[in-house]
Design a binder for this molecule. Structure first.
Ligand code: PBG
Length: 323
């Protein structure tokens, strides 16, 4: 005689709904947004089908649509023209730079939208690296000073939260101190605390034209083989004053999401990155998988793994299906 029949709890959709452990909602999503100079531009990114880079006028319309879908936050990335790139991050701290105007545009479109901004030098760097380059090395401490100024500049433009994605040492403490000193006591920090040197960033680098000009990012982004180091990096960022920590990429790093979630007492996010998006889109276009189901299963998996928040290019599509 069978005493345990776990299938009883899967007998009908009603009971399955009743015992479901994890659920998705538009409140879980952060929408990454790409923008550029110009007018009336909505340009599809070749390696990211159905995903676009907008001029600021079009960005506003997009942000309104995102808000109407019940999504509360966006993460901003600007594509800076080549002639403004240098090895100092000059344009990154320009109060009238593209990012700063992007922040203002989003706030004009939807003042309640929670605006997060990417903080890293790669889109502004003539070398395509996240930091300042000297003798072929990415130098840590001078980079951190610029990242702190950049964060203050984003806060001045109206950002609610800065999201340093650079993996320099000590940048969370430096950013926190700079924000406090300038009176931005309510500006949050979402730290990309465990960010791996991944091949899955390829399509994103197409979107922003930010592929490194030499070498790779392995001296600052983490080795995909490491697990304990992710916890070390994350705990350092919590101590330095991060409000939210992040694991990136997401799909190949579900174990890290769980371990980070168990190790900290602040919200954990993950970044469902460009290459993960592209894989689903490409397989779906071939008719090899069902796009909607694949997307929802993946997003649910991130939540089950422990992510409280998910930055994802699927956010709009998922929000539509969930409503
Ligand atoms: C760079 C940055 C990257 C992403 C977000 N910020 C790429 C990189 O580190 O080279 C990747 C996002 C994605 O692939 O979707 N600071």
């Amino acid at each position: 005689m069978l005493h345990n029949r776990p299938r009883r709890l899967r007998k009908s959709s009603a009971i399955r709904d009743l015992v479901r452990e994890t659920s998705l909602s538009p409140n879980d999503f952060i929408v990454p947004l790409f923008f550029q100079e110009g007018k009336e531009i909505k340009q599809e990114i070749p390696s990211m089908p159905d995903y676009y880079r907008f001029s600021l006028d079009q960005l506003k319309a997009e942000v309104r649509e995102i808000w109407e879908l019940g999504i509360k936050s966006v993460l901003l990335f600007g594509k800076v023209p080549d002639e403004l790139k240098d090895n100092k991050g000059t344009e990154a701290i320009n109060p009238n730079g593209l990012m700063q105007r992007g922040i203002q545009a989003v706030k004009e479109a939807v003042p309640e939208m929670y605006v997060m901004t990417d903080v890293a030098l790669d889109p502004f760097s003539s070398y395509g690296h996240d930091g300042i380059v000297k003798d072929g090395q990415i130098v840590n401490d001078v980079t951190v000073e610029v990242l702190a100024q950049m964060s203050v500049s984003h806060a001045e433009a109206g950002a609610d939260m800065v999201a340093p994605s650079d993996m320099m040492d000590g940048r969370i403490a430096a950013i926190r101190e700079a924000l406090e000193m300038e009176g931005f006591v309510n500006t949050g920090i979402m730290s990309y605390s465990a960010k791996y040197a991944s091949c899955f960033y390829g399509p994103f680098r197409d979107a922003l034209d930010s592929t490194p000009g030499f070498g790779d990012k392995k001296t600052y982004q983490m080795d995909p083989a490491n697990r304990i180091e992710a916890i070390k990096e994350t705990l350092l960022d919590v101590e330095e004053g991060a409000d939210i920590v992040m694991v990136k990429p997401a799909l190949a790093y579900m174990d890290i999401i769980r371990e980070v979630k168990d190790a900290v007492d602040i919200p954990v996010s993950c970044y469902n990155i460009s290459g993960e998006y592209a894989m689903v889109k490409a397989a779906a276009a071939k008719g090899w998988i069902n796009e909607e189901q694949a997307m929802l299963e993946m997003l649910l998996g991130f939540k089950r793994a422990g992510a409280d928040l998910i930055a994802t290019y699927f956010a709009k599509e998922a929000a539509k299906l969930l409503s």
